[in-house]
Design a protein around this ligand. Sequence first.
Ligand code: 13P
Ligand code: SF4
Length: 363
Amino acid sequence: MPQDLAILPDEYRTADEDDLEKRIRAKKEEFGKKLLILTHHYQRVEIVRMGDRVGDSYGLAKIAANSPDAETIAFCGVHFMAEAADVLTAPNQKVYLTNATAGCPMADMAPTGKVYDAWDSIESVLGKNKVVPISYMNTTADLKAFTGRNGGLICTSSNADAAFKWAYERFEKLFFFPDQHLGRNTAKKYGVPKDQVVLYDTRKPGGGIDENTLKKARVILWQGHCYVHTKFKPEHIDLWREKNPKVKIVVHPECPEDVVDKADAVGSTSYIVEYCEEAPPGSVIAIGTELNLIHRMAVTHKDKKIYELAGDTCPVCSNMFRTTLADLCYTLENPEKANQIVVPDEIKKDAKIALERMLEIGK
Ligand code: 13P
Ligand code: SF4
């Protein structure tokens, strides 16, 4: 953190936007190819404008892995994304998370110790090599390492289907964490019957799942969720369809099953962006994901009508929103004091195995 409470020096906090943009551009000019600014689709529009690349969590991990010239990667996103970039890059490359407080509450719902305990408890019933962990990208590097060590892989919302296929070609059962909704939606798409999908409740012994049910289960879900995507309700879709029968509904797969079931299309943040790009002029689209992405789509595609699925109650990811131009400028001008993300080597090794398996299966 730059200083106590991660508060930036006044010189940055009170600088106006034009000044900050000019200074960021000057640093980009100075460093050329040695600097790479990565921005996630949920970042503020002015951050995306300053970035070299924008993408979903899969795309940004892949870009980081394939950018050996970038000695400095300034990551405008959340903590787990910057960790993944550090794992996938060489030791001479430094990855910075431009706002040190930008975490992911969903990732925090899977503390390492609790996942280990659950795994031990599951294996004590099923035995070894029956079940494989699939970790959603939204986890700590520690859990990515756990996944790599136990024969599993990482997935994102853009390749969860491919991850299920990969895993079922090798194992009978999947332990999927932390997003129960992505896990449930993917299991359904894959054709796993509902009664073979169980939810592990860490507050109960054995996850609250009796041995017979666990033995029959094909997917064991962790009880995590995203507070942004669980705000969307099927009633929002009904209201939109009533209001405009022409509307197309596109949602992120972190939304609950009853929302995903009613949508016209489901996919990662990059998928949603492509959906908006490819829709014919005059299209009406209501999107179920984070507000900043929807707003950017609405202002980018003025020949289409793009709206928030939940109207004025559409949620913002406050962690993504934390990153400001001041944070980015501070990081580029003060790398020695900025928030470098360093995953310890012993964690990196196994986390890399799991992340590389993800990159191998593609999208
Ligand atoms: P994407 O992989 O679709 O960018 O999603 C990341 C995320 O955190 C969505 O909430
Ligand atoms: Fe985490 Fe949800 Fe924010 Fe994505 S939108 S970073 S899952 S809190």
